[in-house]
Every structure is written in C-alpha cells, then in structure tokens.
Design a protein around this ligand. Structure first.
Ligand code: ADP
Ligand code: MG
Length: 398
C-alpha cells in the first residue's frame, strides 16, 4: 500500500525526522490559508499523487510549455495561482504511464535553500535478507538512470537486525553521502530513526529523493515515498487510515475486498488460476505460444462460488482482455465450484471474448458437465498445452 508524500512526511516527523512545515489542501481557497501559515518567502506547491517524477511531469490539459507538478512560488498570490492551475488536472510523469493521474490534493510546503540533493532509501534487500540503506550523492534525479550510467555511485549498507543501525553503519552512510559537520550529526540522528520507522510500520520501501543539505549545512527530508507491506496492514490501523483509494486500480481494490490475488499485466489474455505456481506456469505457456497475459487472478484454495464469480468479473472488466483462460487444478478447490462461479458470472455480465476452460482434478467430471450444460460458448481444453494453444489461437483470430 502506498501513501502520499505529505502523509509520509507527517509519519517521519512523528519519529523526529527533519521535514519542512507544510499543509495539504484540496481547493484554491485552502491554498491561500495554507500559504499564509508558512513563513515564506519561498513556497513550494506539490502535486500529491502516488507516483514520482512530478517535478518533471507535465499536465495534459496545460500543454508542453506549462510548469510541472512541483512548483516554486514567491508569494501567497503565486501559490494560489499555481493551485488553481494544477487542481483537477491530469499530471503525466515517467511513473504514471501515458494516462497520467488526476491531481486532487496539493501540498503547500515551506521552500528550502538547497545546497546538495542526495538519494536515500530503505528497502528489504532479499539477497542478504536484511533491511538495507541505499544511498547516493546523485539525488533529486531518476535513480534508475544513475544505476544504469554510474552504478558505483550507489552504495548499499545492510543493517543487522540484532544490532540495528550501528555507529559504523552511520559512518558508512555519512561517508557515502559525503556528509560532515552538522549534516553528519543530523545523519547520526536521522538514519536510526528512519530504520525504526521502517521496522515499526512494516514498510516495504521508504525512499527519500532528495534528502537535501541546505545552505545552512543541515539535512532535510524533501520528498518521501512510503510503501507498506500489505500482508502486515492488519496490525497497523493508523496506516490503513492513510489509504487513498482514488489512487488505486479499481480492479485491485475489488480483488482485495474478496481476498483475491490479482495482478495486472500488459498483454491481452486474462487468466483465472488457482495457486501461484499454476499462475506462473500458465503465463509461461501463454508466452511460449506467442501471446501475452493481460492479468492473472488467483482464486486460491478454499474459494466459494461467489468469490470465483467475483474473480471472473474482475478479469472481464479489463478492457485489454481479448480472451480468457480458466486453468484450474482442483485439489482443495473443486472443479464444480469453479464451473458454477464462471457460469454465474457470465450470466450476469455476459461474455464478449473467447473463453477456454481447462479443468483437472477434484470433481472434474461434474465441473465439465456444468459448463457443457450451461449453454455458454466455451472452448474446453484437455491439458495445459492444449488450453494455451487454443486461447492464443482464439485471440489471434486464426
Ligand atoms: P518528484 O520526485 O516527484 O519530482 P520532489 O518532491 O522530489 O518530487 O520535488 C522535485 C524537486 O523539486 C526536488 O528535487 C527539489 O529540487 C524541488 N523541491 C521539492 N520540494 C522543495 C522544497 N520544499 N523546497 C525547495 N525545493 C523543493
Ligand atoms: Mg523526488
């Protein structure tokens, strides 16, 4: 689960991190009141969407010459003018995809005098099985580009969970970021508290790009991207409250309501499967026969008919889906339950694309009977190979 920059900053501030004063707003009137609360003379008007690259982003409605999604302002009037122009419009950044995201909230923040922009993130480093700091002096820009061009400028410091952030870790990070004097002292306080926030709240990513050294020599968190581990949300009611569902894919929200694992991809074949292994195998074999999956929805083991129907509806709601492959190996999940769910869903929402069903395992005969007697236009398949060939053929129309 992701949250907005300002929410991430509020959270980090509660742990003692140095962040600027700022006020989130929804309307231009609120923008004026917000700016008046800040000291000035420099203000920053920041689009709050769940995507990075806002500074260099462009508003669809405003044309290529208009300013981006993060704007400096030198007066309260200028803040209001920017807010009026930005609110309600669609910001397209490197991370939003061409459709962009509508800006419904802005964060009006105190402007900082920047000396250097650094990169700092915390993530779960799976190769060492630890939480690690990833830092670079090349902040404020696209870290992927830095990783590509100058990977030696990115330094990873993995933290031992037994000790937490040690003085030696702090020294390494300060060294990597070339921090000295007061900035290094700030780092000594900042790094352990970020690690604590990350661990306490079960974050999966905490990215500060940029962390800045100000002209007065002090550190400040200037941007914050925070993602939480969805599997741990049940123990963080405070985090759950920060959810902004207008930022999420409506199909993923629906899937999460039903506790379904749904993943959107780029192709045109929708896949309903049970179990992660079968999902992977199904996608591999679709690719083997020359097509690409549009998504997969894993109905898991113990689903009832309603949940299966919900899964099917989520898959068909994706406009990219030009064909559907239902590939089920009935173990705990019974084939007749799948068949009933699919039939119920099709009766409700219709079926506009070819559907290939491959059932195997528990109650397979009953499942096939339900499908065959439903009168639906279903292509049945005998095994995985056969199923993949049939659906690929069907979407390619030959
Ligand atoms: P994004 O990464 O989405 O583009 P950032 O929050 O990193 O958004 O802002 C982009 C750039 O705008 C920063 O790298 C920084 O140069 C500038 N900026 C952002 N916030 C402030 C601020 N409070 N004061 C001064 N400059 C800022
Ligand atoms: Mg940034």
């Amino acid at each position: 689960m992701n949250i907005h920059e300002y929410q991430g900053k509020q959270l980090l501030k509660a742990y003692g991190a140095p962040v600027a004063d700022g006020v989130p707003i929804f309307t231009a009137e609120e923008a004026e009141a917000a700016a008046k609360k800040l000291p000035g003379p420099l203000y920053v008007v920041k689009s709050q969407i769940h995507a990075g690259g806002r500074g260099k982003g462009k508003f669809k409605e405003l044309g290529p010459d208009a300013k981006g999604g993060v704007r400096l302002a030198k007066s309260v009037e200028e803040v209001v003018a920017h807010a009026k122009e930005m609110l309600g419009n669609t910001l397209v950044t490197k991370q939003t995809g061409p459709a962009g995201k509508q800006v419904n909230r802005l964060y009006i923040e105190d402007g900082a005098d920047i000396d250097r922009e650094l990169y700092l993130s915390l993530l779960v480093d799976r190769t060492v099985g630890r939480v690690a700091f990833v830092v670079s002096t090349e902040g404020g820009m696209d870290i992927e580009a830095v990783a590509e061009a100058t990977p030696e400028k990115i330094i990873t410091v993995a933290i031992d969970p037994e000790t937490g952030v040690t003085d030696a870790d702090v020294a390494k990070i300060n060294g990597a970021l070339k921090l000295s004097g007061e900035a290094a002292e700030d780092g000594k306080k900042l790094f352990p508290l970020l690690y604590k926030a990350f661990s306490d709240k079960d974050m999966s990513l905490l990215e500060i790009n940029p962390l800045i050294v100000m002209t007065n020599g002090r550190l400040r968190v200037l941007d914050a991207k925070v993602s939480f581990d969805g599997n741990a949300l049940f123990r963080h009611d405070d985090v759950k409250e920060l959810r902004d569902i207008t930022e999420e894919d409506s199909k993923e929200i629906e899937a999460s309501k039903w506790d379904l694992a749904y993943v959107a991809l780029d192709g045109n074949i929708g896949c309903m499967v049970n179990g992660a292994g079968l999902a992977m195998a199904t996608m591999d074999i679709i690719k083997l026969y020359g097509a690409e999956p549009a998504n997969f929805c894993d109905v898991g083991g113990g689903a009832g008919k309603e949940k299966v129907a919900a899964a099917f509806k989520i898959i068909t709601a994706d406009p990219r889906v030009e064909g559907i492959l239902v590939n089920i190996f009935g173990g705990i999940m019974k084939c007749d339950v799948i068949a009933e769910g699919v039939v119920a869903a099709v009766k409700e929402v219709g079926l506009k694309v070819p559907l290939v069903v491959r059932l195997e395992g528990t109650n397979v005969e009953l499942g096939k009977k339900i499908i065959n007697e439903s009168g639906l236009n279903v292509i049945s398949a005998d095994d995985l190979d056969d199923a993949a060939q049939k659906i690929v053929k069907a979407v390619k129309g030959n």
